[in-house]
Unconditional design. Structure first.
Lengths: 169, 169
């Protein structure tokens, strides 16, 4: 399994569909979002439980209720979505091998355990760079790139598709 | 399991022990490196098979033979070791969800599949930043930081420990 899960990919696609015009809508049901992507309603519901707990989405009331973004699309970063769906997973888990070197005879001296292990420090820096890159891109940035590629009719098509599945009042 | 495995941690510790003075030696047997770190000989042997295939270590001849670095410690990066032990693993595997959007009715138009998916592009940039950070640090850099922390006696201690396990001629 890759470090960033397929759940993040579906979560991002759901949130992009909720990022408003020109390629998205403002509110959608879990059922519609699931059907739109060809996955189960349960699967998408679990993603929205995580996205809601992370404060990225809120549920809306009413018979046509569903979910909407809890804040503007330019305030939700890819890192927010990764953390919401996958949790804050370390890139590397240091086993503190340095403390177990046989020459220490089971009693690692203070200098050997002080501060962060030099290997771990390199991994933490790499993780920081990765997270900075994920934090530098918002839903609005990605939606703008999709919007620039897609013909105007695509957004209308998605909106009509969503509306055609909404119970008429 | 974290993205960068515990094998990388042991591999880096082995290579640091082979990075020469003041805190390492030039040549060591797999048995000594395994005992020094309290892990099995088989485990370390498997790491050295991978390190050797990647051109980072070479075996030495003779009854006191073992392994040494295939190039100077300042030419072996942490990324080299990660790639050697874990392989070149992507941070994220794009499932090309964009092509399966229900509004396309099973026939995604060319604009929707052209180029790299906008979500994947963000992940690829994050991976690039991570790899750049790992590539910016060499064994020599880490050894220098350990050397700066350790008392002079540590290097001598490691060398004596290694020599005490070498078959006398």
């Amino acid at each position: 399994m890759s470090h960033i899960s397929v759940g993040v990919e579906y979560g991002l696609h759901c949130l992009l569909h909720l990022s408003g015009p020109p390629t998205g809508v403002e509110v959608a049901s879990v059922r519609n979002l699931a059907e739109l992507q060809g996955v189960s309603v349960d699967y998408v519901a679990k993603l929205f439980t995580k996205l809601g707990k992370a404060g990225l989405t809120v549920s809306t009331e009413g018979k046509n209720g569903g979910f909407r973004l809890a804040k503007p699309a330019n305030e939700i970063t890819v890192l927010d979505v990764v953390n919401a769906i996958d949790g804050v997973k370390p890139l590397f888990e240091c086993r503190e091998i340095r403390t177990r070197c046989a020459v220490f005879d089971g009693q690692a001296p203070r200098w050997a355990t002080a501060g962060v292990c030099s290997i771990h420090a390199v991994m933490l820096d790499a993780e920081k760079r990765m997270r900075e890159a994920l934090a530098s891109q918002t839903l609005a940035d990605i939606a703008a790139r999709t919007g620039a590629k897609a013909p105007r009719s695509y957004g209308n098509h998605v909106v009509r598709w969503m509306q055609s599945r909404t119970t008429p009042s």
